[in-house]
Write a protein that binds this ligand. Structure first.
Ligand code: NAD
Length: 252
């Protein structure tokens, strides 16, 4: 993506998994990157290896929660000031609670909504305020195929991801006049360390998931990273307010 060279991209939950894959893809395409994550140790490790790999670019980290509105706004503003702009925000940080709804206590429900939905709003708002002054920008929200279809025992997760899809459309309509595009990606099951560890613990059977998927395979972090590059680049200049599901046909 030649037109991404020199752009400033912030990714929440960027320290591992899908977030890290997207951070690496943006950095390898010549972007300055800011990783916002609660895992300070991983942030430090990633900053060290990416700074060595991409010495021409700024690799910044902020050890804050996406739910902390002021801290997030400060981190984004500081990054924009140091690199000259904030071109892309990827709202990727997310958590889950896999509990039958009859047993899900309301504090646990609130924690998921706080990170997955309020966190997305808070970060998008802070980025939107900066992007409005630039007259341009891209916000990319990581929803899930479980924002489109249901999954038993994941009430707070599915509800939060469906709400993110709705929020994406509202912000797209509101901010189009400011030159800001807002889209979402809805990944299906992606082979991350998290999925592998659930499989090792016997809590997920990856072969069952593969057989359930029309394409016969799970998603890769590269599938999602490439889609994020496309939706952030000029190649998708007329696309806004969409949820692009990448699930090998699971929800078709
Ligand atoms: P992961 O658990 O491997 O990584 C999530 C990252 O977010 C971690 O680095 C974690 O420290 C960070 N994080 C958690 N709470 C945070 C907070 N309050 N503030 C800032 N950072 C925080 O998850 P993943 O599998 O890479 O998933 C990333 C996103 O993709 C999530 O939104 C998830 O719901 C979505 N998703 C993942 C899959 C999949 O199969 N892996 C499928 C669909 C959607």
């Amino acid at each position: 993506c030649p037109d991404l060279r020199g752009k400033s991209v912030a990714v929440t939950g960027g320290a591992r998994g899908l977030g890290l894959a997207m951070v690496e893809a943006f950095a390898r395409n010549g972007c300055h990157v800011l990783l916002v994550d609660v895992d300070a140790a991983e942030l430090e490790r990633v900053q060290e290896h990416l700074s060595a790999e991409c010495p021409q670019q700024t690799v910044s980290v902020a050890a804050v929660s996406v739910a902390e509105a002021e801290a997030v706004a400060d981190a984004l503003a500081d990054f924009a000031e140091r690199t000259g702009s904030l071109d892309v925000l990827v709202n990727n940080a997310g958590i889950s609670a896999n509990v039958p709804s009859l047993d899900l206590d309301v504090d646990r429900w609130r924690r998921v909504i706080d990170v997955n939905l309020t966190g997305v709003f808070v970060c998008a708002q802070a980025a939107g305020r900066i992007m409005r002054t630039q007259g341009a920008g891209v916000v990319l929200n990581i929803s899930s195929m479980y924002g489109v279809v249901s999954a038993a025992e994941r009430a707070s997760y599915c509800a939060s991801k469906a709400a993110v899809a709705s929020l994406t459309k509202v912000l797209a309509v509101e901010w189009a006049a400011h030159g800001i595009r807002v889209n979402a990606i809805g990944p299906g099951y992606v082979e991350t360390d998290l999925l592998s560890s659930l499989a090792e613990q016997g809590r997920l059977d990856l072969d069952v998931l593969r057989r359930r998927t029309p394409s016969g395979r799970l998603g890769s972090t590269g599938d999602i990273a490439q889609l994020a590059l496309f939706l952030s680049s000029a190649a998708s200049a007329n696309i806004t307010g969409q949820v692009v599901v990448s699930d090998g046909g699971w929800t078709a």
